[in-house]
Design a protein around this ligand. Structure first.
Ligand code: ZN
Length: 492
């Protein structure tokens, strides 16, 4: 007998330990941190199935928005990385290749920390005329490398899974439309399919991506009340076009610089959000669309009734075949473990539905169905199984979404004066909406003041959801007239 699997801490009491247990060998075997090179982790099969599904969702979404796939090398010539001066902010985090075999390279080569400086020198060769625009390409299922000092499975690592679109347009208006489309894609994939609520912020000017005019992000909230950024779209303006000489001949025969945007959903951080937000004290809880296994069948056998056991096993095998025909992934758990152990195991890894089959079910041509989120037993006649599975998965997804949305709403609060902000951040964390003077560089002093008093940061203004500031409202930090409502939170 294997020891009873399971999580030994409560999520609400020790989130950090709970998270590690769920990810690693004590839990759902999503990742392994024992690879032997600090900061590099292994994604195990169960985690990989989830990762691949998330990639598929984004690939479908951006291709529906007319993006074409491409694949660049993972190395960047040093001169290209250095060319965009502002962008060279990444340089302290870059891993360098300096030798090949026993030969020292004449020029060292960078392992890409992100795509822009790899891709745009080629865009400069590819783009000639307005007829080549808009150009909408993406790279998927790649990794990038950054010399991060701390590592946590899916939250921070030195090599991590990456997805990026890189678009070029004739006008800035088209770039803005693309940013709105990126928001729609995030809503569709993250909120409607993965049930993760988020805010779409325009970051304040002091916190934009180096090399962008503006940065737009999706921030969600983890159970410890800290925000986690799960996507970014950069409005690059013509900055990179100037640095890499990306020009086109316009309809008026003038040579012009292109306007660019790039969109990157943080694939591994989305997995971290899925685990953290939906999981419970028993283990993973997964929305039906990403669950690697949708249904587990557990036979209930009796040592004193071998002839009945054969009937139960045969019934389960037929059931397994039937469920596969319905189009679901299914596991028939015919291992030697006890039913209780198998129930725990199925719940630990977040399998949405469990079917229990014993002699009673065989005799009545039924199954006993248990949903991961509600844990109530329902008798289902085999003739109605297809409809009931679909119905139960809809209920499960609805319950996951309702719980996540309620947490998100309950943890967005308001504060009008600094004293209240300090108290909310100290006692509740979460997002706090506060009046603020300016999101241009002049406002940075006030953001620093907030950070000093609360250790929380100004995340930005809610984009596409213009929040009016009543006349006479004062900035929470400096007391001057407030022009914006900004969201403040502690951060990962
Ligand atoms: Zn201020």
């Amino acid at each position: 007998m294997i020891e009873k699997p399971g999580i030994t801490v409560k999520k609400a009491e020790n989130f950090s330990e709970w998270y590690s247990q769920v990810c690693l060998e004590q839990g759902a075997h999503l990742a392994d941190i024992r690879y032997g090179v600090q900061g590099f982790i292994v994604i195990r099969p169960y985690g990989f199935h989830i990762l691949r599904k998330i990639y598929e969702l984004f690939e479908e979404a951006v291709e529906a928005d007319c993006h074409e796939p491409m694949l660049f090398p993972s190395v960047i010539p040093e001169e290209n990385l250095q060319k965009e001066k502002e962008h060279a902010g990444f340089v302290p985090e870059v891993f360098w290749i300096t030798e090949a075999g026993s030969t020292k390279l004449e020029r060292r080569i960078a392992l890409r920390p992100t795509g822009e400086t790899a891709i745009y020198p080629l865009y400069s060769l590819w783009l000639r005329s307005y007829k080549d625009l808009p150009l909408k390409h993406y790279q998927s299922r790649i990794t990038v490398f950054r010399n991060e000092m701390t590592t946590r499975p899916f939250l921070r690592g030195r090599e991590f899974s990456f997805f990026e679109t890189h678009d070029a347009f004739q006008t800035h208006d088209e770039a803005i439309i693309q940013i709105k489309t990126d928001l729609t894609i995030m809503k569709d994939v993250i909120e409607n399919k993965l049930m993760i609520p988020f805010y779409f912020f325009k970051r304040p000017q002091w916190d934009r991506f180096k090399g962008a005019d503006d940065t737009y992000v999706s921030d969600t909230l983890l159970p410890d009340g800290k925000r986690l950024q799960i996507s970014s779209t950069h409005d690059l303006g013509t900055r990179f076009a100037h640095a890499y000489d990306i020009k086109f001949k316009d309809t008026d025969s003038e040579e012009k610089y292109v306007y660019q945007t790039c969109f990157g959903p943080g694939i591994v951080r989305i997995i971290a959000a899925l685990i953290s937000i939906h999981g419970d004290d028993t283990g993973l809880v997964l929305p039906s669309i990403v669950a690697p296994i949708t249904v587990v069948i557990v036979p209930i056998l009796f040592t004193d009734k071998p002839e009945k056991n054969k009937l139960v096993t045969d019934f389960c095998k037929k059931l397994e075949k039937k469920i596969k025909e319905f189009g679901y992934t299914v596991r028939f758990d015919d291992t030697e473990q006890s039913p209780g152990f198998k129930f725990n195991q199925g719940e630990l890894v977040g399998i949405p539905l469990r079917l229990e089959v014993g002699p009673k079910e065989v005799d009545s041509n039924t199954v006993t169905l248990v949903r991961r989120t509600a844990r109530l037993k329902t008798k289902v006649e085999l003739t109605k199984l297809a409809d009931e599975l679909r119905n139960q998965l809809t209920l499960l997804d609805g319950e996951i979404k309702a719980k996540a949305t309620a947490y998100f709403k309950d943890n967005t609060k308001n504060a009008a004066v600094m004293e209240d902000l300090v108290s909310v951040i100290e006692n509740h964390r979460g997002f706090v909406k506060v009046p603020f003077c300016s999101v241009t560089i002049e406002g940075e002093k006030c953001a620093d003041e907030i950070k000093k008093l609360t250790t929380a940061i100004v995340c930005g203004t809610s984009y596409g959801n213009d929040e009016k500031v009543p006349r006479g409202t004062k900035c929470i930090a400096c007391g001057k007239g407030a022009k914006h409502i900004v969201y403040v939170a502690k951060t990962y």
